[in-house]
Write a protein that binds this ligand. Structure first.
Ligand code: MG
Length: 162
């Protein structure tokens, strides 16, 4: 790897919205009548961030390191999985520079929670809150997000040599 050039990573994830599950985004429990289906806590935002981190250092993806066939990760708190992804990043000699992420959700409205999600993520990523930006958008009623069938998240990180 080149020594001084920042590296970029991209992550994308989708989870289905179902009854009877809590909605966890960026480690934050969001009041809503539905939650995301998944093997872990199904925190779609944190999963996209993890994939971006692993991608930035050429270390595959979340499914490779944290397979959903592994009972160890059943119900897992995704922020603690993000901590493990950070350990991999540190082992490779990198730290996070900044994160930019977008959640696609027709419902619920997420505006009031975005700052707190960013703070929680920045804490685990080891950066100032100002280096983390979390946004939310609807898909104008179009597609699976627009119909409320699921939520998607996109994340881009840059990392630099520690
Ligand atoms: Mg996922």
């Amino acid at each position: 790897m080149e020594a001084d050039i920042p590296r970029i990573g991209f992550g994308y994830d989708v989870h289905r919205l179902v009854q009877g599950r809590p909605l966890i985004l960026g480690g934050l429990k969001i009041p809503f009548e539905k939650g995301l289906h998944g093997h872990s806590d199904a925190d779609v935002l944190t999963h996209a961030v993890m994939d971006a981190i692993l991608g930035a250092i050429g270390k595959g993806d979340i499914g490779l390191h944290f397979p959903d066939s592994d009972p160890m990760y059943k119900g897992a708190n995704s922020l603690s999985l993000l901590k493990k992804a950070m350990e991999i990043l540190h082992q490779e000699g990198f730290t996070v520079n900044n994160l930019d992420a977008t959640i696609v959700a027709q419902e619920p409205k997420l505006t009031e929670y975005l700052d707190e999600m960013g703070k929680q993520l920045s804490h685990v990523l080891g950066v100032e809150p100002g280096s983390v930006n979390v946004k939310a958008t609807t898909s104008e009623g179009l597609g699976y997000c627009g119909r409320g069938e699921g939520l998607a998240a996109y994340a881009v990180v840059t990392v630099k040599r520690a």
